[in-house]
Structure formats: structure tokens, C-alpha cells
Write a new protein. Structure first.
Length: 278
């Protein structure tokens, strides 16, 4: 009987009518009022809950709060990386146009002869090609000399059997814009990195070579246990020849040019994408 009375009393309470009034604090005059029974109060609370959830959803969808949701930040990071690469490319194009306009102004002012402009463009192209060829030849020559010197200390294993033993760090955060291709004699990968990105050692080892090029970039080589890593087109080096580094330690700073990275074992180039998770 007691439980039935409680149920009846609860049912009756839901049917009771309530009055919600808004009074003026100074005059105690009633400004507005709302009449509700128990069911009306439940409906009102449900509407308030729905409106709150709708407002919360709008805030998440149309404000930066959505960047803190799990899984969404990775997509934003990938898009920002692509946009930063585009901005760097546009900045380089604008700088070249500015230099060309400066030359045109000098020609108009009579400070530079017309044929000098033509030779300037052709000389820039030739110098860039010569620098790239000289860098590739110098790198290949150094690797051949170093591998010849150290071949007595190296054991010849099959590459597929020895690579999984090591845990490689990625040299930099970025996007591979030009992959490895042994058929095209492209023994490395081109990584588009943000400006001033830290370049890290893929394995523990020793700095064996640091070279400065005429295009204001550096090349660094690290000797590891059975491997040789090559980092080209660096804006600044943080280590010197003879320095010992650990895996993942910062060794250089990237510039506006993309990073060229090579990995060698026993005088043979290795595709970095097969052993490193970029």
C-alpha cells in the first residue's frame, strides 16, 4: 500500500501546476510569469537540453575548438604542411621576380648592358647545374674512398637481413617530393621540410664530413655502424667533423631548399623509405 501511495503521489505531483515569476528587486512588481505542471517542466528541460547540445555542436564545428578533437589535428597538420610548402614556393618565385625587376631597372638606368641580362640568366642556370653535378660527383667520390678504407672492418651481409636490426629515426619532418630511384641513378630522397626545421641523425654515429657549397648550403655525412647517411642542402650545421651523435639528435638546420637525404650500406645505396617511417 505504501508503494502504491508513493506512486500515486508522484503522479499527482506531475499534474500539479507551478508558477514561475520574475520580480523586480526594487519594487517587487511581477514582470513576467510562467505556469507549468510537472510534465511541462520535463518538456522545458528537454528543450533546453536539445538547445544546449545544438549550441555545443555549432561551437565545435565553427570555432577552433574542433582542432583539439582526437584525429582532427593530424589532418590539419598535414594540410598546414602542404600549405607551408606552397607558401615557400611562392616566396621563392616572388624573390626571383624581384631580382629580375631589379636587373631590369638597372638596364633602364643604363647601369647594366642588355647582353649582361641574358648572360646573367644563362650563367645562373649553368652554375646551378654545375653545382649539382659537382656535389653529386664529390659525394660519390667521398663515399667510394671512405668505403674502400673501411671495407676491411665491414662484414658483407645481405641488406634485407641486416636492415631490420636497426631502429632508424627520420631525418626531418616533411613530405617526400622526390622518391628513391636506382634506375634513374637517384640514390636518395628529396624531403620538403618547413623552414628552420631541425635535421636529426637517423642512427648513432660520428660526423665524418662537412662540406660548404657555393650555393650557401652545407653537406654533412655521418658514419654509423655499417651505414653511412648523407644530408645535403642544409642551411646551418650544428656539429663538426669528429663529433659523436646519438640517434635522433639535432645535427643541422634546414633552409628554404628541400633536404636531400641518402643512406648507404657497404657501398650500396638503400631506399630510405624501406627502413625509415617518414
Amino acid at each position: 500500500m505504501t508503494e502504491e501511495k508513493k506512486k500515486i503521489s508522484l503522479w499527482q505531483r506531475l499534474r500539479y501546476k507551478y508558477r514561475i515569476s520574475v520580480l523586480n528587486e526594487d519594487t517587487l512588481a511581477e514582470n513576467m510569469h510562467i505556469r507549468l505542471n510537472g510534465w511541462g517542466a520535463i518538456v522545458l528541460m528537454a528543450l533546453l537540453f536539445v538547445l544546449t547540445m545544438l549550441l555545443f555542436s555549432l561551437v565545435i564545428l565553427y570555432t577552433p575548438v574542433k582542432n583539439y578533437l582526437p584525429g582532427y589535428s593530424e589532418d590539419i597538420r598535414q594540410r598546414l604542411m602542404v600549405e607551408s610548402v606552397r607558401i615557400d614556393s611562392l616566396g621563392t618565385s616572388l624573390e626571383l621576380q624581384r631580382q629580375y625587376l631589379d636587373v631590369i631597372k638597372q638596364v633602364v638606368a643604363g647601369e647594366v648592358h642588355t647582353d649582361t641580362v641574358q648572360s646573367l640568366d644563362s650563367m645562373q642556370i649553368i652554375m646551378r647545374e654545375q653545382l649539382l653535378e659537382a656535389k653529386s660527383e664529390a659525394t660519390a667520390e667521398f663515399i667510394a674512398q671512405y668505403e674502400t678504407k673501411e671495407k676491411d672492418n665491414l662484414q658483407l651481409f645481405d641488406i634485407a637481413q641486416t636492415v631490420p636490426v636497426f631502429s632508424f629515426f627520420r631525418p626531418a619532418h616533411g613530405i617526400i617530393v622526390q622518391p628513391f630511384s636506382a634506375q634513374s641513378k637517384r640514390y636518395g630522397v628529396t624531403i620538403q621540410t618547413p623552414n628552420s626545421e631541425n635535421i636529426t641523425a637517423v642512427l648513432a654515429g660520428t660526423v665524418v664530413h662537412v662540406h660548404y657549397a657555393l650555393d650557401n648550403t652545407y653537406t654533412m655525412m655521418l658514419q654509423h655502424e655499417g651505414f653511412l647517411s648523407v644530408y645535403c642542402q642544409l642551411a646551418k650545421t650544428l656539429k663538426h667533423v669528429g663529433d659523436h651523435v646519438i640517434a635522433g639528435e639535432s645535427i643541422a638546420i634546414a633552409g628554404q631548399q628541400p633536404l636531400w637525404f641518402e643512406l648507404w650500406q657497404n657501398g650500396q645505396p638503400i631506399n630510405p623509405e624501406e627502413v625509415i617511417a617518414f
